[in-house]
Design a protein around this ligand. Structure first.
Ligand code: GDP
Ligand code: MG
Length: 180
């Protein structure tokens, strides 16, 4: 491969959602392929970097910003969101009340960050802890919620069992690249 054929991208992607939904676990699974039962609250913001070879000519430096769940109630998110080009909103699908939080996070992002061309940034909804769900995934409800709220799509994920994490990351990356 000649150097001029190599495409390199560097992207800042937000991972937000209410406390305990699994943001940190999803990032740990994706970046380090590990999972911990232990709960350690993120304070402020954590960062993780994953370098991905999308294909032999394309390298992506994905910077994941793990923003603490309580931050939506402060004014710091405006600063954290700066120059983000995509986001995941994570919620715990095994808890019935958690849709509400996802709605608020989506609105928070939309009101504080846009792409350079002023379009909204692509946001993927992650219905996490699907391994704990006793019933079927409420696909129709999720689909409807996504459309109403303007998420680009949704995935039912499990950081514990490594379900759909890679797929969700790839999906968002391809969306982001298609906007270049
Ligand atoms: P955060 O506050 O959104 O960063 O959530 P954490 O990643 O810290 O996760 C909160 C708790 O949920 C921890 O005890 C995790 O081990 C657990 N957890 C996270 N993801 C999953 C999952 O997919 N399945 C199950 N069963 N537990 C999970
Ligand atoms: Mg966390």
């Amino acid at each position: 491969v000649y150097p001029e054929e190599l495409n390199e991208y560097s992207y800042k992607v937000l991972v937000v959602g209410d406390v305990g939904g699994g943001k940190t676990s999803i990032i740990q699974r994706f970046v380090y392929n590990s999972f911990s039962r232990q709960y350690k609250a993120t304070i402020g913001v954590d960062f993780a970097l994953k370098v991905m070879n999308l294909d032999e000519n394309t390298v992506v430096r994905l910077q994941l910003w793990d923003i603490a769940g309580q931050e939506r109630f402060g004014n710091m998110t405006r600063i954290y969101y700066k120059q983000a080009v995509g986001a995941f909103v994570v919620f715990d699908i095994s808890r019935s009340d958690s849709f509400e939080g996802a709605k608020k996070w989506k609105a928070d992002i939309d009101s504080k960050v846009v792409l350079p061309n002023k379009d909204p940034i692509p946001i993927v909804l992650l219905a996490n802890k699907v391994d704990l769900l006793n019933s079927e995934v409420p696909s129709e409800e999720l689909e409807k919620f996504c459309q109403e709220m303007g998420f680009v799509t949704w995935f039912a994920t499990s950081a514990k069992e490594n379900t759909n994490i890679e797929e969700a990351m790839k999906y968002l990356l391809e969306k982001i690249i298609s906007f270049e």
